[in-house]
Design a protein around this ligand. Structure first.
Ligand code: FAD
Length: 577
């Protein structure tokens, strides 16, 4: 197979077929949860030759996996906690993702570490970064990013003129990597489907099939039409992040793994509000704060506070926003205000619990357990190490299958769009000339679709009006919204504006100004009538209004109550909130 030929689509017809096939046979594995871990499990299992199905309650990556800092990193913080194995493993994954698995989606990103203490701090940070760079080398791979370098205050100010001269005495610059987290999950699911996995969003697991003590599959509800289906499988994998304990309760009895949630809030501001050629990392009392370049924007975050309220739509409060602004303003010569904030998003870290430590010190390492025959649980970890988590979970599945299955090969499986990406990137001028699109557009498309760019160009060839940018979100072409619906599993307006594109956090209007145009573009492929178009726009508008209002509230409780006032376009049942 090459990634460019015959990459599976995730359109509405493919979803219907996937659900039908899942109900019609006994699978080797069914995966609950379409975040990065569940998607990773589906790809790992499919590429070992197993039959696999995946069910996701809402949209793919709509949980934590679209709400992260979007860094593929070892985590300097873990180095300080002397957790060298965790850092080494994550940095090896970084090298693999950057250079083989997804060079179109994962990119190097520089960070400046401003020094504030004279004397001890430079050798301390320098030694840490030397170790970080060294741990980044792995067998058969280069590190994939440049090494760190020491900078005087004058040289640091040349790179980041936005920094306040008196806020630091010098700096060290180092490199990590970044990813579009939501698109990565969707691309991994397209890859898994290409290798034979059956995947469906808006399909909630509501119960388990049992034979005595043994789990023999799941009962799922197609939330779009209310039809229940039984999916029989020899092994079930629970990859539901912060919902892990709910699934454990569905199966009955006390589980071996407990996951609790810690909220992290990020702000998005326009690129011109901070004059810098590099990202910045700042120490905070509890952890670190990143200022991360993101296209024509900066992502700034994050916070780290315990969260026991609604898990599907964690709300950012005024205090969260003020916390981030206050910390970043400590080093900026021109402070940011709330008026500079284009977008805000909150996510929940799935932390393995049991200890009484502060959330930011709780382990990010993962656990795999086999609580009852037929069920594997995988939880914890972080985005960067999803592949290792998936491999370990499928190893546990194989143990339960009692048959010979090859070892994981996902370290050699490029994601859809990776193969041929470099050659297309090198030919981007020619591609621009042949498609009639500006080279800047081609670069944008290549960094989102890789060699699957031809799918978007084909749509444009059929309907040249799709080559136009969206009015009010001109980073994106109209074709990208259509493609989200036809190829990428977007089933509702919010899926396209929040996860296939990031218009909902990258514009001051938060997507409201493009909602009508985008809904009309999705209507054709998804078969929406005027009534449905209206519903989609209304739901999206209510969500944005509720989010904006919740961000004016002082406390988590008040913010949560207001955010919950906006109904879901496809309501879920039971404890999945
Ligand atoms: C603020 C923040 C910043 C972060 N930054 C980074 C970073 O920069 N780098 C990094 O490596 N990691 C980072 N992380 C961690 C990383 O994002 C998470 O570890 C990872 O995304 C978790 O993925 P997951 O698949 O386990 O969970 P999720 O993405 O939450 O997926 C679980 C899925 O299960 C589904 N589900 C639940 N119940 C059911 C059911 N009954 N039936 C079907 N489906 C169900 C949910 O809808 C959900 O989509 C960050 C996390 C946060 C919160």
């Amino acid at each position: 197979m090459t990634a460019r030929m015959g990459t599976a689509r995730l359109g509405p017809a493919e979803r219907a077929t996937a659900l039908r096939r899942m109900a019609a046979q006994e699978l080797d594995v069914v995966v609950i949860g379409g975040g990065v871990v569940g998607a990773g499990v589906a790809l790992d299992a499919a590429t070992r030759g197993l039959t696999v199905g995946l069910l996701e309650t809402r949209d793919f990556a709509s949980g934590t996996s679209s709400r992260s800092s979007k860094l593929i990193h070892g985590g300097l913080r873990y180095l300080e906690q002397l957790n060298f194995d965790l850092v080494r493993e994550a940095l090896q994954e970084r090298a693999l993702l950057l250079q083989r698995i997804a060079p179109h989606l994962v990119r190097p990103v520089p960070f400046l570490f401003p020094l504030t203490h004279l004397g001890w701090e430079r050798p301390y940070v320098g030694a840490g970064l030397t170790l970080y760079d060294t741990l980044g080398f792995s067998l058969g791979f280069t590190r994939g990013v440049p090494g760190h370098r020491h900078l005087s205050r004058r040289r640091a100010l040349r790179l980041a003129p936005a920094l306040r001269r008196t806020a630091f005495s010098g700096a060290v610059q180092y490199w990590d990597a970044q990813v579009d987290d939501a698109r990565y999950v969707m691309t991994m699911l397209r890859t898994a489907a290409t290798y034979g996995a059956e995947v469906a969003s808006r399909a909630q697991v509501v119960g388990f099939l049992r034979e005595g003590e043994r789990v023999t599959g799941v009962r799922a509800l197609d939330l779009e039409d209310g039809v229940e289906l039984d999916v029989r499988a020899r092994q079930v994998v629970n990859a539901t992040g912060v919902w892990t304990d709910d699934i454990q309760e569905l199966v009955g009895g006390r589980g071996q793994i407990h996951v609790r949630a810690s909220k992290g809030v990020h702000l998005v501001v326009p690129r011109d509000r901070i004059h810098s050629l590099t990202g910045i990392i700042l120490r905070t009392e509890k952890s670190v704060l990143f200022v991360i370049p993101w296209g024509r924007h900066w992502i700034i975050g994050t916070t780290d506070t315990r969260w026991d309220l609604d898990r599907a739509h964690p709300a950012a409060s005024r205090s969260d926003i003020d916390y981030v602004l206050e910390h970043v303003n400590r080093v900026l010569s021109v402070p940011l205000s709330r008026d500079d904030v284009e977008g805000v998003y909150a996510g929940l870290r799935p932390l393995l619990s049991g200890e009484s430590e502060e959330t930011s010190k709780l382990s990010r390492e993962h656990v795999v357990a086999h609580p009852v025959p037929g069920l594997v649980m995988v939880a914890g970890g972080k985005y960067t190490t999803y592949r290792v988590m998936a491999r370990d979970a499928v190893d546990a599945v194989v143990h339960g299958l009692d048959q010979r299955v090859p070892p994981s090969c996902t370290d050699r499986i490029p994601l859809a769009g990776a193969e041929g990406y470099q050659a297309l990137w090198n030919s981007r001028q020619r591609l621009a000339a042949s498609s009639g699109l500006h080279v800047a557009r081609i670069e944008h498309l290549l960094q989102r679709y890789g060699s699957l760019i031809d799918e978007v160009i084909t749509l444009i060839e059929r309907d040249p009006s799709l080559a136009l940018p969206l009015t009010g979100a001109d980073d994106y072409l109209r074709a990208e919204i259509v493609h989200a619906a036809t190829h990428e599993g977007a089933r509702h307006l919010n899926d396209a504006l929040s996860r296939r594109t990031h218009i909902s956090i990258e514009t001051f209007h938060r997507g409201l100004a493009v909602a009508e145009e985008a809904a009309e573009l999705m209507a054709g492929p998804l078969g929406w009538d005027d009534e449905q178009i209206k519903r989609e726009i209304e739901h999206y508008t209510k969500r944005i209004e509720a989010e904006r209002l919740s961000q004016e509230q002082d406390t988590d409780q008040e913010a949560d109550a207001i955010r919950l006032g906006a109904p879901e376009i496809v309501p879920v049942v039971g404890p999945a909130s």
